[in-house]
Design a protein around this ligand. Structure first.
Ligand code: FDA
Length: 398
């Protein structure tokens, strides 16, 4: 493929060499389709490489539709049922990649996420897939019963076009709004996008109250809009992060009420009463420091209630304070946005796609898979599973 030459003719052109694009290319290639995978970055699978702290949390054994956010919560079910976490584990095992379960069904490579990219590239090579990196698609038009692509490496004609260009998160890794623009060009609706799985920022007095506690970490239960996640909280210079916050951030919008249960494993009132009986002369802040990180305990006392010897508190006062500890309000001002977000919420409207094939209902031969679709997973390997499953669904028919 080089500029100025006759158009390259393929059965399937796939735009985007990330998790979904690589898997779809493999599956279509194994069916004997001539597949061209187009990636505009200098290498494929950059997000896989950086994922899971370099060890790629490649799936979650507990995957179900409840782990995904979408305007249509049922849309993801068909693809997830037909290419399951067990199917991907079998592929990983076939390549001799050692893995372990970290917690809650989250599977990681023992060694490196590079192994997952290597595996997918080896699979693509075995399936005869042609991979072009540093190649940008300039224009896409419908042509005969297929598609004509103008790329920086020449013209391409394809019977089927699969858009696997991902979302907007981490622009420095090659994220673009290309897939959304292409969907609109072909008349598909795109649901509003925003950053998901992102740290939240605090501002004004809310930031002043906590910024010097940067580095403090503790288990919490974060609650917002009827959702709750029990996991770690990390206080940062700019706001709050950690798995509990990343998870709840996908359900939070500015102005929403965000509450943290700072003692998710205890009944706070019982714990304070027991301390009052055992240590009546101890000050509240020392008692609290037995239950929470010391610096945070001190700050909570400053913000909520003067620190006195425990015997001086009436039961009703302790009950009010305990209730505050279990529903601590945090007024976030915003999210860190796409710069650090792990996913993009929203995207190509699932109403426009077949849930069993990912094909456009109106434009035969046009498919959307992976993160560009309005299906976003929780933290914990679900987003890659969606990439594998949706890619498999399209790869089996494109
Ligand atoms: P993805 O973004 O992977 O790939 C899209 C590809 O298309 C990119 O290679 C991009 O360069 C290319 N592209 C874009 N526009 C193009 C154009 N116009 N022309 C050609 N190519 C174009 N999930 C999970 O399950 N477990 C985990 O451990 C993590 N960890 C994690 C860490 C970090 C830091 C991030 C940012 C994200 C994660 N995720 C994750 C989320 C996961 O990475 C994400 O959901 C998948 O990569 C989505 O796969 P896609 O193939 O849809 O998009």
């Amino acid at each position: 493929m080089s500029p100025g030459m006759d158009a390259l003719r393929v059965d399937v052109a796939i735009i985007g060499g990330g998790a979904a694009g690589l898997m779809c290319a493999r599956v279509a290639g194994l069916r004997g389709r001539r597949v061209l995978l187009i990636e505009h970055a200098e290498r494929v699978g950059k997000k896989i490489l950086m994922s899971g702290g370099g060890r790629c949390n490649f799936t979650n054994t507990g995957t179900s539709a409840a782990n995904f956010i979408s305007a249509n919560p049922h849309f993801c079910k068909s693809a997830l049922a037909r290419y399951t976490p067990q199917d991907f584990i079998a592929l990983v095992d076939k390549h001799g990649i050692a893995w372990h379960e970290k917690e809650l069904g989250q599977l990681f490579c023992n060694d490196s996420s590079r192994q997952i990219v290597r595996m997918l590239l080896d699979e693509c090579a075995a399936a005869g897939v042609r991979v072009e990196t540093r190649c940008s698609v300039v224009r896409v038009q419908q042509h005969d019963r297929g598609f004509a692509l103008t790329t920086t490496l020449g013209e391409v004609r394809a019977q089927a076009l699969v858009v696997a260009s991902g979302g907007l998160s981490i622009p420095r890794m090659g994220a673009t709004g290309f897939g959304y623009a292409l969907a609109r060009q072909f008349g598909l609706a795109v649901r509003p996008t925003r950053a998901g799985l992102a740290p939240l920022t605090l501002s004004g007095t809310h930031q002043q109250n906590y910024h010097d506690l940067s580095g403090v970490a503790l288990p919490v239960e974060a609650r917002c809009n009827g959702q709750r996640f029990r996991a770690g909280l990390l206080i940062t210079h700019r706001g709050i992060s950690g798995p509990a916050i990343l998870q709840i951030s996908s359900y939070w919008q500015p102005g929403d009420d965000l509450r943290l249960n700072l003692l998710p494993d205890d009944d706070a009132f019982d714990a304070l009463r027991a301390q009052q009986r055992a240590h009546p002369d101890a000050e509240l802040r020392s008692v609290l420091a037995e239950l929470l990180p010391r610096r945070l305990a001190q700050r909570l006392c400053e913000l909520a209630l003067p620190s006195l010897p425990m015997r001086q508190y009436r039961g009703a006062e302790l009950r009010v304070f305990a209730a505050q500890l279990q529903a601590w309000p945090l007024v976030a001002s915003g999210s860190e946005g796409y710069r650090t977000a792990e996913v993009t919420l929203g995207g190509v409207d699932t109403d426009a796609l077949s849930s069993s094939t990912m094909e456009s209902r109106e434009v035969p031969g046009l498919y959307f898979i992976g993160e560009v679709v309005d299906v976003s997973g929780h933290l914990g390997g679900y987003n890659f599973q969606w990439a594998w499953s949706s890619a498999h669904a399209a790869g089996m028919v494109a």
